[in-house]
Design a protein around this ligand. Structure first.
Ligand SMILES: C[S@@+](CC[C@H](N)C(=O)[O-])C[C@H]1O[C@@H](n2cnc3c(N)ncnc32)[C@H](O)[C@@H]1O
Length: 211
């Protein structure tokens, strides 16, 4: 389900800062060659991620779910020169594609890919280390990613979760992914440790600020 009419979404994208040439190339390559290109978060969500990273002057960002590297590269564009992105991905082929594009960018040294199950990869990080965390991997683990992220992010830091509307199916969830996302939404909304709000941008973006 599209929450914003196509012409309005197109206008919003046109009225926002454009994707770089490399991001356009990555998007084209992914659409032509990689299965599941609808998983790219795209320029609207990417713009929000960049905006948040700028507003909080993020230096250390964790991403759960690299895919072909779009969102990691998008966030890297606004990092200060000593900023870092740690991004977690299960699929070796996706890691290879993402690495190929990171190498073409000026941010290759700033982005580290952690291949494997994200729930295990993120255990190596220290509490209160990250300024910002973007959660965009397997939906059935969202509540687990959120719980771990809340420890990993600093006070005042931001956790962003994509697909929190899951095409609207979270309203009456009847499959595992919808039920998990609804459960994650309810858990976050009842968690006094963060200030949260859900925005109907693309497939639903939940923003959580750690108190
Ligand atoms: C929605 S895509 C990420 C899209 C990316 N953030 C972007 O905007 O381009 C989700 C990714 O999570 C990966 N993934 C799924 N389960 C995972 C797990 N348990 N650990 C790490 N990555 C996982 C998938 O292989 C897929 O590439």
């Amino acid at each position: 389900m599209k929450f914003i009419p196509n012409n309005i979404e197109k206008y919003c994208i046109e009225q926002s800062q454009k994707d770089s040439k490399l991001l356009n190339n990555l998007t084209d390559y992914t659409k032509k060659n990689v299965e599941g290109s609808e998983m790219l978060c795209g320029p609207l969500v990417g713009g929000v991620l960049q905006g948040i990273a700028c507003m909080i002057q993020a230096k250390k960002i964790l991403e759960i779910g690299t895919y072909t590297g779009y969102s990691a590269l998008k966030m890297a564009e606004v990092l200060p020169s000593d900023g870092t992105i740690d991004t977690c991905e299960l699929g070796e082929n996706h890691c290879q594609t993402a690495r190929k594009f990171f190498k073409k960018s000026p941010y290759n040294e700033s982005i580290k890919i952690h291949m494997g199950k994200a729930l295990e990869s993120i255990d190596k990080f220290s509490d209160n280390y990250f300024d910002m965390i973007f959660i965009d991997a397997d939906k059935t683990n969202y509540v687990n990613y959120y719980k771990k992220s809340l420890n990993l992010v600093k006070k005042g830091g931001v956790i962003v979760l994509d697909n929190m509307l899951w095409s609207g199916s979270v309203i009456q969830p009847n499959d595992d992914q919808s039920k998990s996302l609804r459960n994650a939404g309810d858990f976050i909304n009842n968690d006094i440790k963060c200030l949260n709000f859900l925005m109907p941008i693309r497939d639903g973006l939940m923003i959580c600020i750690k108190k």
